[in-house]
Design a protein around this ligand. Structure first.
Ligand code: SF4
Length: 415
């Protein structure tokens, strides 16, 4: 992590400079680069799920949400106006949150149109919006489809009511097939269902039931993440107080392998450790993240990366609003990665892909030969059978998948 000298943002050519409230990123002074992906964080939720550490707030009025749209569009202009610096040549757009579908229909329509007016959408290959299964409506889905959105992602998490209660998810399992049917009626074919396993109280049988219920929907993409206890979430507090019993590691691994087997048998191959898709249906937006691409994020807490310059927006609605109205990118947690850090982090991400750490793709992003800089890791971890290296890529083996985080961490320091 590189700390930058303290200088005035307005006169500096430094792309990123600290200021009293965090840091200011100067888009015009960032390296020239193509920005392939745009993420928009809509930080509004009905209710805070107990495992969630994404930035989101509840109980906002339609007026506040509509004003939020104006500010997002102002933030977008920071990236469309500079004469120098990176250029948005968007291939993918993703609205996450929070609950993007909580935006009132007229506000959402204004946001979609406003972004299309500001960015060149002629090269868009994928535009995803996360939708709450409890509140999906046909007219809302139709409006999204008509505006050019072509992919919807539904947070099902589980089809078992007690597990949803443990997670403090406020929807009924029957909402998911209902909302998928509405999405199809509105013209969507690219659909994702998110699932969570290793929920306290879950066993292999109930996990298999949720997987089967998701598969019965016939979506071309399923994400299956293990529950993680992020610090300061109610789930983490309950765990600390002994008020819930986490799933044993071996049982969790069993659930992971069961998901791989059953989803693959249904034609959804794992293309990343937690993501499964039919041919051609992988999430292109997430692949930009996992292959070291350039992306910008709008909205509080949204992350951005441009050629090794990385930051996230302030995770606080009022602070983010103040920065936008003050005319600057509301950055915090700013890092400028050294070439070696960038290579190490990219290797970690690529190892999670079924295609593995592809030498050609890695060299295109870093200028380095992975066979040389990771020769030691391949020798040490290949011996015990945790990874393999062939003419094209380094990949985790089935045993390597069981300890994927630990194996990937070994790649953080290239030679
Ligand atoms: S709906 Fe999503 S973003 Fe909102 S609290 Fe639940 S998990 Fe977090």
């Amino acid at each position: 992590m590189t700390q930058l000298p303290v200088v005035s943002a307005r006169v500096s050519n430094n792309p990123v400079v600290p200021n009293a409230s965090g840091a200011i990123v100067n888009p015009a002074a960032l390296p020239p680069a193509d920005i392939e992906a745009l993420y928009v964080h809509i930080p509004f939720c009905f209710h805070k799920c107990h495992y969630c550490d994404f930035y989101s707030i509840t109980r906002q009025t339609p007026e506040r949400m509509d004003a939020f749209v104006d500010l997002i569009l102002r933030e977008a202009e920071f990236w469309t106006s500079p004469a120098a610096g990176p250029k948005p040549r968007l291939r993918t757009v993703f609205f996450g949150g929070g609950t993007p579908s909580l935006l009132p229909a007229n506000s959402m329509a204004r946001l979609l149109a406003g972004l299309k007016n500001r960015f060149d959408f002629s090269g868009i290959e994928e535009w995803t919006i996360e939708v709450n299964p409890a509140t999906a409506e046909l007219e809302y889905c139709r409006m999204l489809r008509k505006a050019g959105v072509d992919r919807l992602s539904f947070g099902a998490q589980s089809f078992n009511l007690p597990e949803l209660a443990t997670l403090e998810r406020h929807h009924d399992p029957s909402d998911v097939p209902r909302s998928i049917a509405l999405a199809r009626e509105a013209g969507f074919t690219r659909l994702n269902v998110d699932l969570i396993y290793a929920v306290p109280g879950q066993d292999l049988e109930s996990w298999a039931m949720s997987l089967n219920a998701a598969l019965a929907l016939g979506t071309p993409h399923v994400s299956a993440y293990n529950l993680t206890y992020e610090s300061n979430t109610p789930m983490a507090v309950k765990k600390r107080l002994g008020r819930l019993v986490p799933i044993e590691e071996l049982a969790e691994l069993e659930m992971f392998h069961h998901a791989r087997r059953s989803l693959a048998a249904a034609g959804l191959q794992p293309y990343e450790i937690s993501n499964y898709a039919a041919p051609g249906e992988a999430c292109r937006h997430n692949l930009v993240y996992w292959t070291g691409g350039n992306y910008i994020g709008l909205g509080p807490s949204a992350a951005s990366h441009v050629e090794g310059h990385r930051w996230r927006n302030r995770p606080h609605l009022r602070e983010w609003e103040e920065a936008i109205t003050g005319g600057h990118v509301p950055a915090t947690d700013v890092e400028i990665l050294s070439p070696s850090q960038r290579a190490g982090e990219l290797a970690m991400l690529m190892l999670r892909l079924s295609g593995g750490l592809n030498y050609a793709a890695f060299a295109a992003k870093t200028g380095l030969d992975a066979r040389t800089v990771f020769a030691d890791q391949v020798n040490r971890l290949g011996g015990p059978g945790l990874l393999t290296a062939d003419a094209n890529a380094i990949r985790l083996t089935e045993s390597g998948l069981n300890v994927a985080d630990a194996v990937a961490a070994e790649f953080l320091s290239p030679a």
